[in-house]
Design a protein around this ligand. Structure first.
Ligand SMILES: Cc1cc2nc3c(=O)[nH]c(=O)nc-3n(C[C@H](O)[C@H](O)[C@H](O)COP(=O)(O)OP(=O)(O)OC[C@H]3O[C@@H](n4cnc5c(N)ncnc54)[C@H](O)[C@@H]3O)c2cc1C
Length: 515
């Protein structure tokens, strides 16, 4: 394709650079053009017509995006190092957690999503001219191979990354406009981009800077502040993504989720907020409507909340932990606060699965979770105890996978909070049957599930059950016998105390008389 003059002259590009410069300081990410909703169109309009743009739609809180980030940076460095060699590819990205509207316009449902197109087509939102980039794996070389095929090009046989001949170090030679723009636009707007109580991540924090402030690992309770934060954040992301709010499945998922929050949320204002939402939903999103008739954004899930930042879930590295940590805790807490009826666990599971499937936009996370939630073990979830233990096991499966990845490459996680099997022996020594089973990533930790169940109820709901036996017929029989035994013992103790006191009183009287 013939090269042409930049569209619209240099003014839009200059405007974009100035606007982008206002977003934050440059980061050391050669060739990576970080855009905002404001800089998106003018920056792309300022590029040559023949320039291809690889655009990643991501969210700063999304673990799958965080894990992909170093690879994406290698792709950016690779193309920056190629300079003006045809075909020229600019590597760019947009944080959908902050600019959800723009991502909605590109019909982005989950993160990360990559699209490839000519700069002019991206600027014009010509969706039919864009290609969804689906490499065989989320590795830099795989992405480059996909582009090579798509653009019918040969990228000189080089591999991305430090081992290749066109590695990141060479990228300083690249002096094209996009690279210059990237240097200016590199600063990313993270943190609570959705306003008060939004995805409050720590912006620009260096590793370990906050490590000293982290809550000690031995905290014996889930954190209500973080649970409230996750409730608000999830509601804001959901409301800011109209694309998600479509169709009967999404409507049912929303109804079930709000219903669960209204019944079991541990924070009073969130429970009241959810109860109000439950009453308003039929008006906002009637059963016969494919999408909400009124915007949900105006509705508050935790009215009067003063949530500002994560506490126990606060990461020691920018953007790590936070929202997803709070969300797990919310799921666990909701399970531990269910009534102990025949099907409360099944109702809980349907609501959590529906929420993750329809509204949790880390695509990789949601895919794994939903697959697991449709499995054999999930079918057996009926009562509260089933739900509490299923959630615990499921979370530990994710912990094991992430812990193994972190063991190979510590930068994949938060070094101050490695993923281990929960609860660690330090929190619940009685949860493990033998000390040798305490290894962090051990497949076969010999759990005492009754003790784990009792621990989780206490940790997530403050409930401390008298016995931790299974919630089966056997348990109710055992409970009623032990309850009866307890009553007999208490009555006997009272009678004894009364008799003893009256005896002492009589003795005292005798004694005082004899004095
Ligand atoms: C549904 C879901 C699926 C996810 N899938 C992925 C994925 O596929 N890939 C990925 O990279 N990230 C995934 N994540 C994110 C990831 O699990 C973590 O949330 C993230 O890495 C932050 O970890 P964290 O150290 O804050 O602890 P988290 O794992 O977020 O845990 C939060 C807190 O829950 C408690 N806890 C930990 N384990 C258990 C347990 N077994 N039972 C009860 N309580 C427990 C601890 O107090 C811990 O601090 C997912 C998140 C969610 C909510």
């Amino acid at each position: 394709m013939a090269r042409s003059r930049p569209r619209g002259g240099w003014l839009p590009l200059l405007a974009a650079l100035l606007a982008a410069a206002a977003c934050g300081a440059a980061e050391d990410k050669p060739g990576l053009l970080e855009l905002t909703a404001d800089s998106f169109v003018p920056t792309l309009q300022g590029l040559d017509d023949s320039r291809w743009v690889l655009m990643e739609f991501y969210a700063h809180w999304c673990p799958a995006c965080q894990r992909f980030q170093p690879e994406y940076e290698k792709v950016a460095a690779f193309f920056a190092a190629r300079g003006e060699a045809e075909p020229v590819v600019t590597v760019s990205r947009l944080d959908c957690a902050n600019f959800g509207d723009m991502c909605g316009k590109f019909k982005v449902h989950g993160y990360p999503t990559m699209k490839l197109g000519l700069a002019a087509d991206l600027a014009a939102l010509a969706l039919d001219k864009l290609t969804v980039v689906e490499p065989a794996s989320r590795h830099a070389n795989s992405v480059i191979a996909f582009l090579e095929k798509q653009l019918d090009a040969k990228f000189s046989g080089s591999k991305a990354g430090a081992g290749g001949s066109t590695d990141g170090a060479a990228s300083g030679a690249a002096t094209d406009k996009a690279t210059a723009a990237a240097a200016v636009v590199g600063g990313r707007k993270g943190g609570a981009g959705l306003g008060k109580g939004g995805g409050a991540a720590i912006d620009g924090v260096q590793p370990h800077e906050h490590a000293a402030e982290l809550a000690p690992a031995s905290r014996a309770r889930a954190d209500l502040n973080d649970i409230e934060g996750a409730t608000i954040t999830s509601w804001q992301y959901l409301g800011a993504s109209p694309l998600l709010l479509r169709g009967p499945e999404a409507r049912q998922a929303l109804k079930d989720w709000v219903e669960l929050l209204a019944d079991a949320h541990p924070v009073e204002r969130c429970q009241l907020g959810a109860q109000r939402l439950r009453a308003s939903l039929p008006e906002y999103w009637p059963d016969d409507a494919d999408e909400p008739r009124k915007p949900l954004q105006g509705l508050q899930i935790c009215p009067g909340s003063d949530f500002k930042d994560w506490s126990g879930c606060r990461g020691s590295v920018a953007d790590k932990r936070g929202y997803t940590c709070g969300l797990w805790q919310l799921f666990h807490t909701l399970a531990s606060r269910l009534p102990d009826s025949d099907n409360s666990g099944a109702v809980w599971l349907a609501a959590v699965k529906g929420f993750v499937s329809s509204y949790f936009q880390c695509s990789e996370c949601a895919k794994h979770f939903v697959r697991h939630a449709g499995g054999e073990e999930a079918v057996a979830v009926a009562r509260k105890r089933d739900a509490v233990l299923w959630m615990w096991r499921t979370h530990n499966i994710v912990n094991r996978r992430l812990g193994a990845e972190e063991a190979e490459d510590a930068s994949k996680g938060d070094p101050a909070a490695p993923h281990v099997q929960f609860p660690p022996a330090s929190l619940c020594p009685q949860c493990r049957r033998a000390e040798e089973g305490a290894a962090a990533a051990d497949e076969a930790v010999p759990w005492d599930e009754d003790a784990v169940h009792a621990f989780l109820l206490s940790y997530y709901s403050g409930e401390a059950p008298l016995d931790a036996a299974p919630a089966t017929g056997l348990r109710s029989r055992r409970s009623s016998w032990s309850d009866a035994g307890l009553v007999v013992v208490l009555v006997a103790a009272c009678v004894y105390a009364v008799l003893r006191r009256s005896g002492q009183y009589a003795l005292k009287k005798v004694h005082s008389r004899s004095l």
